[in-house]
Design a protein around this ligand. Structure first.
Ligand SMILES: [Zn+2]
Length: 457
């Protein structure tokens, strides 16, 4: 249902209205009613939570190159068609194919340390690797420390003073992403990295590590925060303590995967696109519930909510489930390349990839840098639902390349306090997702899409 943009008090027509609402007030009253309906629809009898259960539990370990990733992509296509998408396309994308192999083992003497090989790492040599360990707090310290023939142990914790935990994650992320390659340049034979989490527990967190071409790859693994603390203590007692690593990973040739691209054509501006999406791939050792099955199902739920409310979007609503976010971003690159080739206009590209927690707001970015200020005019409509933050940002990893092509990008910002308890771990499972928080996130996305669809940004 197209809601007229210049609604007047319906009582005017009956001749009994004392006053005519200004367009803005009437609009906002209509919008407030619509948002209430969106939230009611998400919070009552939604199939989304059961869909999330199915996606996470039927298809765990959706890493690029895996059978489960492709099976989940086909499952998602069927779900989108069932939900009412008019057209669903699978865009072919060649993705990296790395496999962990047999479980990794890391030992301090004969004490096992909870560890996970980092995505993209090479295996240890035949028979494993044993070497002395040098603990460092930064990549810069490689310049002034002799690490030749040693295992470098990056142990700088995430900074707990950041209230947004994503900021703390970014601040420590160089140790995992670039640390092993930098250590290799300085002659290290292996790398251990403190897990990127603020939790203190024995759960190791994997994630991608990369090497520029020409740099020798060395075996690299993440340690749980408790294991990292134990290793640090052991090195204080004995600076010559050795660690043994056994990693069994393998690289294969690139593998065929797909972005899922589903559409409902816009009733007034079919050539202009509002995109909602998440990434369908996950790390191999996890159900990938918060990262990012929630974002995928919430995006599909936006379509279901509109169908349930009989709301026909004026702009084309496109749901995109990106492949290979975790270890290559090939899906995002393929999608933005295609969008550029076709001169597609994205009036909004909204990604959810920060967990299925209670929504707090949105980050928004556009070429002029004012999208967050424009969206903030809707703050009064969102406040009743606890959504109060409209800040400048670049959306999410998968939609951010569209910014360079003139798109307005956005990312849902859920409460961030628990995301890094689960991120890239074996415990990022369906049971960690709170049904209501997850549903509220979907409603928040649908609300922003509705408002942009009606009024533009
Ligand atoms: Zn993610």
């Amino acid at each position: 249902v197209r809601i007229p943009s210049s609604l007047v008090c319906s009582a005017v027509l009956a001749g009994i209205c004392q006053f005519t609402l200004g367009a803005t007030e009437a609009e906002s009253a209509t919008d407030a009613r619509m948002l209430r309906q969106i939230f009611d629809t998400a919070l009552t009898s939604s199939p989304a939570y059961d869909q999330l259960r199915e996606l996470t539990q039927k298809f765990p370990g959706r890493l690029s190159g895996s059978k489960n990733l492709e099976a989940s992509i086909h499952w998602s296509r069927d779900l989108l068609l069932k939900t009412g998408a008019e057209h669903v396309e699978l865009q072919p994308v060649m993705v990296p194919h790395w496999e962990r192999g047999a479980p990794e083992r890391v030992h301090l003497g004969d004490r096992p340390l909870a560890a996970l090989a980092l995505g993209g790492t090479v295996a240890t040599p035949e028979g494993g690797l044993t070497a002395e360990v040098v603990e460092l707090q930064s990549l810069d310290a490689l310049v002034t420390t002799d690490v030749q023939g040693k295992i470098v142990f990056f142990n700088r914790p995430m900074d707990p003073t950041h209230i947004a935990t994503g900021t703390a994650y970014s601040g420590a992320g160089d140790q995992r992403g670039r640390g092993p390659a930098e250590a290799a340049k300085h002659g290290a034979v292996g790398a251990l990295v403190r897990s990127l989490t603020l939790s203190l527990d024995d759960i190791p967190h994997t994630g991608n590590t990369s090497s520029p071409p020409g740099v020798k790859r060395i075996p690299a693994a993440a340690l749980s925060t408790l294991a990292a603390n134990a290793l640090s203590e052991a090195l204080k007692a004995n600076p010559h303590a050795t660690v043994s690593m056994q990693l069994n990973s393998r690289w294969h040739d690139d593998s065929l995967s797909h972005n899922v691209i589903a559409e409902v054509k816009g009733s007034e501006f079919p050539e202009k696109i509002i995109l909602v999406g998440g990434h369908i791939d996950s790390w191999d050792i996890t159900e990938g519930a918060h990262d990012d099955a929630t974002g995928c199902i919430q995006s599909i739920e936006v379509l279901r909510i509109f169908k349930a409310l009989n709301y026909a979007p004026r702009h084309t609503l496109r749901i995109v489930l990106f492949t290979n976010e975790e270890n290559g971003m090939r899906g995002a690159i393929a999608y933005s390349t295609r969008a550029k080739e076709r001169n597609e206009v994205h009036v909004l590209a909204l990604e959810t990839d920060s967990g299925g927690f209670q929504p707090r707001g949105f980050n928004l970015g556009n070429p002029t840098g004012n999208a967050h200020l424009r969206a903030a005019r809707w703050a009064p409509l969102f406040t009743p639902y606890g959504i109060t933050v409209f800040q400048k940002g670049t959306g999410g990893v998968d939609v951010s390349p569209l910014l360079a092509h003139g798109a307005t990008v956005a990312g849902l910002m859920p409460d961030s306090q628990r995301y890094f308890d689960y991120h890239h771990t074996a415990i990022d499972t369906f049971d960690k997702v709170n049904k209501r928080e997850f549903e509220l996130g979907a409603a928040a996305m649908a609300s922003l899409v509705y408002l942009v669809d009606q009024h533009g940004l």
